[in-house]
Design a protein around this ligand. Structure first.
Ligand code: PHE
Length: 329
């Protein structure tokens, strides 16, 4: 049987012939299962040898059939009829990474060189994580249904990546150095600069004696890595419920790439991110001792940075997935 089976498989010239061999020997009603049924009639002392021999044949034959099947399906040595090996391949074109992904990766890499790791959180959040724990007053306008998407169960679509701060601090002790890129949702009417869902990168640094100067140093380094060595940054006083003091951070608008630097259209300062020192109330809400630690946090919109870096004037281009647009990046 062994010789016959292996020779038959070896001789099979196409997938159909091979399948016939498989059915003849290996299928449920094939020869090998039948032989195996004879095991009960074999004298006890010969049973092990008998079983082993049949099993070895089964394995060897299965392997051989598998190898030959693979050969047929890739049009290997003995490719069957109807397959023209001289036909040139069809070039499908290489994909590119989406500009938002490219910039997210670049921002992430810059902070990774400073020792930040990436943390993640869900798009659907609790009101507590998105607002309450972040010290947002009950009557703050961002809580309004006009601004935030609420779900029937009382949760919401996060309107910023800041709830990841809350999640991370609740689960980890300081020191903390994280960034968290992700999707956010706001009730905005789409136009050239607004989209109801967009992306942010959150940053959080918590340790003993962290100061506003550390925030400024970190963001200066980030600005130069992102846009080139000529970029300066400035802090403008601002308000966020979860940071005190709060600042908005502007960059001077030079965009440098391999081909040189250009100055943005309305040259001067452009607003890039929100930041500040973590409000002691936030530390209290996540169970930290606000007398022992300080920290800074920041959040930036990825679309805006992407548009500035690539000179894109309409945010909607980033969501339409038009290959003519995407293949330029
Ligand atoms: N969450 C703020 C926003 O969406 C940005 C921010 C993050 C500000 C962290 C300060 C600290 O506008």
């Amino acid at each position: 049987i062994k010789t016959r089976a292996l020779e038959a498989a070896q001789a099979a010239e196409d997938a159909a012939a091979l399948e016939a061999v498989r059915i003849e020997y290996l299928a449920r009603k094939g020869l090998l299962p039948k032989v195996m049924q004879e095991l009960k009639n074999v004298p006890a002392e010969e049973k092990p040898v008998f079983g082993k021999t049949v099993n070895e044949l089964k394995n060897e034959l299965t392997e051989l059939i598998k190898t030959k099947q693979a050969e047929f399906s890739t049009g290997g040595a003995s490719a069957g009829a109807g397959f023209d090996l001289t036909q040139p391949g069809q070039w499908q074109g290489l994909g590119t990474r989406h500009p938002i992904t490219q910039i997210t990766d670049r921002i992430t890499q810059i902070f990774q060189t400073l020792g930040f790791t990436v943390a993640d959180g869900p798009d659907i959040e609790t009101v507590f994580n998105n607002f309450d724990a972040l010290n947002t007053p009950a009557d703050h306008s961002s809580r309004d249904e006009q601004d935030t998407f609420y779900l029937n169960n009382g949760d919401l679509m996060r309107c910023h990546t800041s709830p990841v701060q809350v999640r991370y601090m609740m689960e980890n002790k300081p020191p903390i150095r994280i960034i968290s890129p992700g999707r956010c949702y706001r009730r905005d009417t789409p136009d050239a600069t607004h989209s109801a869902n967009f992306h942010q990168v959150e940053g959080l640094f918590v340790d003993e004696n962290v100061s506003l100067a550390d925030l400024k140093g970190t963001l200066s380094y980030f600005a130069r890595e992102l846009m080139g060595p000529k970029v300066n940054i400035r802090f403008r006083p601002h308000f966020f419920p979860f940071t005190e003091p709060s600042v908005e951070v502007d960059f001077t608008c030079h965009v440098c790439n391999g081909k040189g630097c250009r100055v943005c259209k309305n040259s001067g300062w452009i607003e890039i991110l929100g930041a500040g020192m973590v409000d002691p109330n936030v530390f209290g809400n996540v169970g930290y001792d606000a007398s022992k630690v300080t920290g800074f946090a920041f959040g930036m919109g990825i679309e805006r940075i992407t548009m500035i870096l690539y000179g894109i004037s309409d945010i909607r281009n980033l969501y339409e997935n038009d290959v003519r647009f995407l293949s330029q990046f």
